[in-house]
Design a protein around this ligand. Structure first.
Ligand SMILES: Cc1cc2nc3c(=O)[nH]c(=O)nc-3n(C[C@H](O)[C@H](O)[C@H](O)COP(=O)(O)OP(=O)(O)OC[C@H]3O[C@@H](n4cnc5c(N)ncnc54)[C@H](O)[C@@H]3O)c2cc1C
Ligand code: SF4
Ligand code: SF4
Length: 1008
């Protein structure tokens, strides 16, 4: 069933009888070929059901055509269990509802595609939560968590997934629906299957007693011990048998979950956190067993390598430093996060004190940072949760590989085990970074291996030695992430022949035709089978002459030292572009919804295709010849890139730094060369070039502005150019900043008149403010002058300087370089003198610090980047400097009238990406009485020309409706501050409200 005609038949029949989306094209299948493991298998087809009925139909058609089935949630598994040659059914888009909550009984019933964080957000009002707090809580689905028997950081207190699932309704391989719950209530097929498994458990009782790992963290195989518990923690407190537990951890190989009944826990009212700083890793490991006796709800490890990597990441640095006793001293070798939680705050404070005393008794006085403040704790937990991703940010082909990353050993052996395994790593020329669940003896460690070279051989050798250690310490080889492909073959090793045979019998009883996720748990492939891997020795990248400079990614690393070779030495035939794309490890963090910017197009569509991960996978497959011919310039890649708004949310929030906005520019540069630009693209791209001429032709600006007033004209423009008639267009001004009579100071003026001690600043007038909202630049200049600065606005006789952003956004990199060079030639005159360059439009001024550094523009670009600031960033920076007598320019000179008015701030995505939103709030606070609030918003959706394009207008508005427009609607009297001209326009089109640039707000309140 691999021939295209057969997969088309499958699709045709499912689509005929259901409302499901079904995909058979190589792009879609390629995007579902991977999870967060090293494996890759292109599925037969992909089905995205809209409801339960669609799944029933898909299962039936697949059964009739003998096509294997692979249920999927977020696809964040680490062992390859979510990859396979099957019909992949993605529950996460629609099949994700909360069906019911019984607060009294503390029971929730959910569909399998529901994401854990979304469930917990809905449970908050009941003061309840589902406590299996996996690190991937923002993207892991309940179905996937049950499929893997996932475990959270607090499993020492709450147990694993299996301890918290009360019932499962599932489709069996036959298509029949069965309810799995308490055995005493079981009926029909569930009862028959339960009894069969019970007989097997009886038959193999001796082997179960002897071979079954006794640690809490054992997730391998099927839970044959439900009839005679072998775990530290009973499956149920009352000891009764629940048949749903048989399905938990079955990795989609026994049944397809339709709904899950979950046992909820009360939300703890208070938490305290002790962060212990260790100067020796061994001491940290050795202490865990003693700390566990204090009754914490979590003990989590973060080692030095991870602390150092985290401190290099702008998103994490400040938070990590709150956990350190002395941030100026050498980084501790390890920290342990010890959490106490409950309803009695005083008792928790006492537990924290006990921890401090214990550490002193263990010879480590003054080693505990005591955190009682909830927000500080939350921030630190977020960083711990990002642990793996921080580690995966290592550039080069050697990557930390998961295959023994969650072996669990009893706490008393933890220190010995970690020492011995570290020795094994060095024997094979590598090392591992350690982190995670010290409380339950499950430490995550991934040795760095290069799967394109000898990685697979080393992986097997290390796994074999690790297995000996796990057996020696009576641990579990698979303690958290499941079996999948990396650990499937170790099930037999762990449990012995008889139990392995029993697993086979269970599988056969549930799934006689071997249709449900075949090759997982029973009859697994070899872990080092190259044909199942994403990267392998025959993986090849097509040569590519890139438009941007990706050499920083074109490097190799040293597995032992993690040192990275110089830029450009990585032997990437695509000059570093493919290595940048391959940084995506499929962890799915871009599927989160809660906070931040990434990824607006996914938030609206919930399509894998319109997700940072989906785009990175599409590019990777294209660059490595796994899609159609000429794939990089194909429709497949174009479609995947289409809704990327270039917001740079991923640049900052993707833990491995996948910067899709830049990748889109690179892609477009090739695509446009092959296919050319449409007239509309040209109009947008070359706007800065012709704008000047329009203002010079008498009457033309007025004529063009008619388009906004005459609906028929707008429709005509839409028909001819594809610019949405629903949009207003920026209004042409005849008096622009460049032809304004106001005299601003030039460098020569400044020098000749020798304003000794005066401070000159350059106010860079971008096309949008300069041409359509020159009053913003006037306001900025007036504010700066009121503070005592001399302001220079660059202009040239035949037009104005432009950063080239509109050209870049359309992939016209060569043309953009010409504009950029001209601008740099001009600005570097100032930068050389240390004169600050200030911009109002975040997208423009920040491109000088971002894209310019990847355009091969040399030292000039570096120098100008160092002197470029957003308007408010400059004011905040200056405000922090003590006023100097030798010149009187200082923001302290600004005197503002007081305000009572509510002020809401929408941060431009690029301000967020560069962490320069805070200055907007700080500078607004210079106005007496001002209490500006930041709107928790993703991208506004306008994103340059994107929202004007007829085919994108609707989705652009949907992006705005995620949170930006509702927040503004709820504040009818508020002043709305938005520094991005696109954002202001979007707010205007969406609500008819006029948002203001901060410069205008400051000017408004300036005392005369
Ligand atoms: C950075 C990172 C951190 C992680 N941290 C943790 C952690 O702290 N704890 C932890 O336990 N795991 C962790 N994991 C592993 C993974 O995120 C979890 O196992 C998660 O629960 C998987 O959820 P998912 O929705 O992505 O499942 P998927 O990967 O989509 O599916 C997992 C398995 O469940 C099966 N499945 C999915 N839906 C159904 C259904 N409806 N019926 C039957 N079977 C189904 C699938 O076939 C598959 O075998 C981490 C992974 C990453 C990348
Ligand atoms: S793009 Fe980034 S966040 Fe998304 S899956 Fe890839 S690595 Fe993770
Ligand atoms: S730039 Fe924005 S829209 Fe594009 S992939 Fe990144 S987060 Fe998504």
């Amino acid at each position: 069933m691999n021939k295209p005609s057969e997969s088309h038949l499958l699709a045709e029949r499912i689509q005929k009888n259901s409302a499901a989306e079904v995909y058979t094209d190589i792009g879609s299948r390629g995007r579902y070929a991977t999870d967060a493991s090293i494996y890759q298998t292109i599925p037969i087809a992909v089905c995205v059901p809209s409801c339960a009925n669609d799944i029933t139909v898909a299962l039936q058609v697949a059964r009739e055509l003998q096509v294997p089935i692979l249920p999927r949630g977020g696809g964040t598994s680490q062992c390859g269990q979510t990859t396979g040659p099957a019909l992949v059914i993605d529950n996460s888009k629609h099949f994700r509802n909360l069906i019911s909550v019984d607060a009294e009984e503390k029971i929730a019933v959910v569909e399998p595609g529901m994401v854990l964080d979304h469930l917990n957000a809905a449970l908050k009002k009941y003061q309840l939560w589902f406590p299996v707090d996996v690190s991937t809580s923002g993207q892991a689905t309940i179905g996937g968590m049950a499929g893997n028997n996932s475990c959270g950081s607090r499993s020492i207190a709450y147990g694993n997934m299996v301890h918290n699932v009360a019932g499962i309704e599932a489709w069996l391989a036959s298509g029949e629906l069965a309810s799995f719950g308490l055995m005493e209530n079981a009926k029909g097929e569930a009862l028959r299957l339960g009894q069969l498994v019970q007989q097997l458990a009886k038959k193999y009782q001796t082997e179960i007693d002897t071979n079954w790992p006794k640690v809490l963290r054992r997730v391998a195989g099927y839970n044959l011990d439900i009839f005679h518990n072998q775990n530290e923690k009973p499956y149920r407190p009352d000891g009764k048998v629940n048949l749903a537990h048989l399905l938990v951890g079955s990795e989609g190989s026994l049944a397809y979950f339709k709904s899950l009944q979950l046992q909820l826990s009360p939300l703890p009212q208070h938490k305290t956190l002790g962060v212990i700083n260790f100067v020796s890793f061994h001491a940290a490991m050795d202490s865990a067993q003693h700390i566990a006796k204090l009754g914490p709800t979590a003990i989590e490890l973060v080692d030095r390598t991870m602390l150092d990597l985290g401190r290099q990441n702008p998103e994490f640095r400040a938070v990590i430093e709150t956990a350190l006793i002395d941030k100026n001293a050498a980084t501790p070798e390890a920290i342990l996060l010890v959490e106490f939680s409950g309803d009695n705050h005083n008792a928790l404070i006492q537990q924290l004190k006990d921890l401090v005393t214990l550490m002193a008794d263990l010879g480590l006085p003054n080693s505990v940072v005591e955190m009682t403040q909830a927000q500080m704790q939350k921030n630190l937990w977020e960083v711990r949760k990002a642990g793996l991703n921080i580690m995966m940010s290592l550039k080069g082909d050697g990557k930390p590989v998961s295959f023994i990353e969650d072996c669990a050993v009893p706490l008393e052996h933890l220190a010995e085990y970690t020492n011995a395994l570290t020795d094994v790593f060095s024997k094979y020329g590598t090392r591992g970074t350690w982190y995670a669940h010290a409380s339950v003896g499950t430490l995550h460690v991934r040795p760095i291996l290069d799967m394109r070279k000898d990685g697979a051989q080393k992986m097997r050798a290390i796994a074999e030695e690790a297995a000996v250690l796990v057996r020696k310490y009576k641990g579990a080889f698979s303690g958290e992430h499941g079996d999948g492909i990396s650990r499937g073959e170790w099930i037999k090793w762990q449990f012995g022949d008889h139990i392995n045979q029993a697993f086979g019998e269970i599988k056969h009883a549930f799934d006689p035709q071997n249709q449900l996720n075949p090759g997982k748990i029973v009859n697994p492939p070899k872990m080092d089978d190259y044909s199942l891997m994403r990267f392998h020795p025959s993986y090849k990248v097509n040569p590519l002459q890139t438009s941007l400079d990706w050499s920083a990614w074109n490097v190799q690393n040293d597995a032992l030292t993690e040192a990275v070779s110089p830029a450009g030495t990585g032997m990437d035939p695509a000059q570093g572009f493919s290595k940048a794309v391959e940084m995506c490890n499929n962890n799915g963090h871009c599927r989160k919804f809660d906070a931040g910017t990434m990824c607006p197009s996914y938030r609206v569509t919930r399509d894998e295709q319109h997700l940072t991960r989906g785009r990175a996978n599409t590019l990777r497959l294209a660059l490595s010849n796994q899609l159609e011919d000429q794939a990089l310039v194909s429709k497949t890649v174009k479609d995947a890139m289409d809704l990327c708004v270039g917001c740079k949310g991923c640049k900052r929030e993707c833990p491995t730094g996948v910067d899709m906005a830049k990748m889109k520019i690179e892609f477009l540069s090739h695509y446009q060369k092959e296919h050319g630009l449409s007239l509309r693209d040209r109009l947008f791209a070359y706007l800065p070039t012709y704008a000047h001429h329009i203002t010079k032709i008498p009457g033309l600006p007025t004529l063009l502005n008619l388009r906004n007033r005459i609906p028929l004209l707008a429709l005509l423009v839409e028909r001819l150019l594809g610019i949405s008639a629903k949009r207003s267009l920026p209004q042409w001004q005849t008096k622009t900043i460049w032809n304004s009579p106001h005299n601003r100071y030039g460098l020569e003026d400044w020098r000749m008149k020798s304003f000794a001690g005066q401070k000159l600043v350059v106010l860079f007038a971008d096309t949008f403010n300069g041409q359509f909202e020159s009053e913003n630049l006037e306001a900025a200049a007036e504010v700066l002058e009121a503070a005592g600065y001399w302001v220079n606005i660059p202009r040239k006789p035949d037009g104005h300087y432009c950063c080239g952003k509109t050209l870049l956004s359309n992939g016209l990199v060569d043309e953009a370089k010409v504009q950029a060079k001209e601008l740099l030639d001009h600005l570097s005159i100032y930068a050389k003198e240390g004169i600050p360059i200030i911009g109002l439009e975040p997208a423009c001024i920040l491109s000088l610090r971002d894209e310019y550094l990847m355009m091969g523009l040399g030292e000039q670009a570096e120098m100008v980047a160092k002197h470029s600031f957003t308007f408010e960033e400059f004011l905040m920076k200056e405000a922090a400097i003590q006023p100097n007598n030798s010149h009187h320019a200082h923001p302290n000179n600004l005197k503002f009238k007081a305000t009572q008015q509510e002020i809401l701030v929408h941060g431009h995505c690029h301000q967020k990406a560069f962490e320069v939103v805070q200055p907007v709030l700080e500078v607004l606070k210079m106005i007496p009485g001002a209490n500006p609030k930041l709107i928790e918003s993703s991208c506004c959706g306008m994103a340059g020309s994107f929202g004007y394009e007829a085919e994108h207008e609707k989705i652009s508005m949907q992006m705005a409706e995620i949170s930006l427009l509702p927040s503004i609607r709820n504040a009818p009297q508020a002043i709305i501050v938005a520094d991005g001209s696109s954002c202001r326009h979007q707010i205007h089109d969406g609500l008819g409200r006029q948002a203001l640039h901060i410069a205008k707000v400051l000017k408004m309140y300036l005392k005369e």
